[in-house]
Design a protein around this ligand. Structure first.
Ligand code: ZN
Length: 587
């Protein structure tokens, strides 16, 4: 296209979009714009976390009237969405349509039936929102103005919260007390410090007076403190009465609905559970075979019949091979180019050389969450680099470091890097960003994202990563069992009354986990629902799709093409990707 034609084209496009900018009923682009305007108003905290300007000063009160208002607003957003027909939209928009449809219905369901505001006091911990404002690239004046408006709303916010919390769970009440107490420091130190900086500023239009600021801060601090006291001294003791408390188990009905909204799979929770049980049995057989094969190499004598206890003993022995504690971050840094070289050599997936990944020691303010994670720029902050954060082991005692290094031993460390970085989360993200879609970056499907990272672990080993060493496969199976058991305990605890003892037994004896890790998992399963199913469900769906795709394409099947096409649809639910792949194939 010549330059002149190009400019004309842009102008025409501009006129076109100006003409239709206000037509969310007929133009899907306009609908999406309209949707987000309304959505951020309803969820200002999410807007702030996503880096959207203009919502940080809001703190909507949660009470029966505002809940009903929100339901009404979501319902009208839904009606408007239904004026569009997914079949007439282009592929990428069609997936956006399904994601929006799911998101709106999920929000309505959460407000009407899930009702966390009645039983989960930890949702009223708002210090994270204040934190985010302090960390943002705003001037002192902008930060103070946003925080001041928010502080003014705090007392009414906690008054309403107390009324809402009719029948909470013990677990979420304890969590709320712990987190809110942890956040008090912020009101006591960080905000006053910001206020001082603000008072020192000169020449600000409409400067808030010192008195107003101080009053707002004092009233807010007082109301947070009294909310914590109320939780600790009134609400928590009242939960000793079984009639007053709610079980942390979600129950079959709510769970199956939440599963449908969060996972968005063709699989039901029950089907995932059944498949998980079968896979666990198969993996145990494979692990026993490997144990028999390797026993002589590690213990000198031969083994007639391998049991799960033998498997555990062998895993412990092999785990002794690990990097030194002070070489942990460097070892990961060195491994990334090796993984990239393998992916290229085997032609598994195209890696964009212009998008390197930076391995760094986790910044101090992020530590204490996970050992390794990917920090990707948000949809509104695209130019920032992507980091692979690895927490150095310097805060551990000698014993703790050894136990951690045995967990992330020579073999598992490689699987972890495959999962987090190449060709796992990081590679998937590069592809997702190629076809930018605000809807997908905000409401991207966690099951597809985790499923992909779990799928490539297995795919890399199948393609010969690790030279088909039995040790590598044994450790992979242990890792894979964790993914499966995450789903088994989540479904078991929330829908089948699985006890803590049963959970611990499953994780320690059948999935070879340390009891500290298993304890942590138990806590997580009492506080969250469904998310733990995403790894195994996503893995299963992607693996099955690939096997089916092989049969469809016959001699034209190519692994690299499958991966490229699969990732090309962005972070969408696998069931939708599957439909699109078949449609595109038939067209
Ligand atoms: Zn992951």
């Amino acid at each position: 296209m010549s330059l002149q034609k190009h400019i004309l084209f842009i102008l025409l496009n501009l006129c076109f979009s100006m003409l239709y900018a206000q037509n969310p009923e007929t133009n899907f682009e306009d609908y999406k714009k309209y949707f987000f305007e309304k959505y951020w108003e309803l969820n200002p905290a999410s807007a702030t976390y996503q880096g959207v300007d203009g919502y940080a000063h809001l703190l909507p009160i949660i009470d029966p009237t505002t809940v009903q208002n929100s339901i009404d607003k979501y319902q009208s957003l839904h009606q408007l969405l239904k004026k569009h027909s997914p079949n007439t939209l282009k592929t990428s928009d069609r997936i956006d349509y399904f994601l929006l449809d799911n998101q709106i219905q999920s929000k309505i369901w959460h407000l009407k039936y899930y009702r966390a505001y009645e039983w989960n006091p930890s949702i009223y911990n708002i210090s994270g929102q204040f934190h985010k404002i302090l960390k943002d690239d705003l001037t002192t004046a902008e930060k103070t103005q946003a925080i001041y408006s928010k502080l003014l709303q705090v007392p009414a916010y906690y008054e309403a919260a107390k009324k809402n919390l009719q029948k909470p769970t013990v677990e979420h009440t304890d969590l709320a007390i712990q987190r809110l107490k942890g956040g008090l420091d912020f009101y006591e130190k960080d905000i006053p410090q910001l206020m001082e900086e603000y008072m020192d500023l000169k020449k600000i239009k409409g400067k808030i007076s010192k008195k107003k600021l101080r009053n707002a801060h004092e009233a807010a601090l007082l109301s947070v403190q009294s909310f914590v006291q109320w939780l600790e001294n009134d609400l928590r003791p009242s939960l000793d009465n079984p009639k007053k408390k709610r079980s942390f188990r979600l129950g079959k009905d709510l769970y199956s609905k939440k599963f449908a909204f969060d996972i968005q799979s063709d699989y039901s929770a029950q089907k995932v559970y059944e498949k998980g049980m079968r896979d666990k049995a198969l993996i145990h057989l494979e692990m026993k075979k490997i144990t028999q094969q390797l026993w002589g190499k590690y213990f000198g004598d031969s083994l007639e019949h391998a049991t799960l206890a033998h498997v555990k003993q062998l895993i412990d022995k092999i785990a002794e091979k690990h990097v030194k504690r002070d070489e942990f971050v460097d070892a990961i840094r060195q491994q990334i180019p090796e993984l990239e070289a393998f992916v290229k050599e085997k032609d598994l997936i195209y890696l964009d050389p212009k998008k390197p990944l930076e391995v760094r020691a986790t910044p101090a303010y992020m530590r204490g969450i996970a050992g390794a994670s990917i920090s990707a720029p948000g949809p509104f902050e695209k130019d920032r680099p992507t980091y692979y954060n690895v927490t150095p082991l310097d805060h551990y005692t000698e014993e703790e470091a050894e136990s951690y290094l045995k967990e992330y031993n020579h073999y598992i460390l490689q699987i972890l890097n495959i999962h987090e970085a190449v060709p796992g989360h990081y590679t998937q993200l590069v592809y997702a960003n190629k076809a930018p879609s605000l809807v997908k970056s905000i409401f991207g499907n966690g099951t597809m994202i985790e499923g992909w990272a779990c799928y490539v672990e297995r795919m890399m080993l199948e393609e010969g990563y690790g030279n088909h060493e039995p040790e590598m496969w044994l450790m992979y199976y242990k890792w894979n069992l964790r993914e499966i058991c995450n789903a088994l305990i989540d479904i078991g605890v929330h829908t089948q009354k699985m006890t803590k003892k049963e959970v611990m037994n499953l994780l320690v004896k059948e999935a070879f986990q340390e009891s500290t890790e298993a304890e942590g998992k138990w806590r997580r399963v009492t506080l969250t629902q469904v998310q733990l199913c995403s790894y195994y469900t996503g893995l299963t769906e992607i693996y099955e799709l690939r096997e089916a795709w092989k049969k469809v394409k016959k001699d034209k099947y190519d692994l690299k093409l499958f991966h490229t096409q699969f990732l090309g649809y962005g972070s969408a639910p696998v069931k939708h990707i599957k439909t699109m792949m078949y449609q595109d194939y038939l067209d």
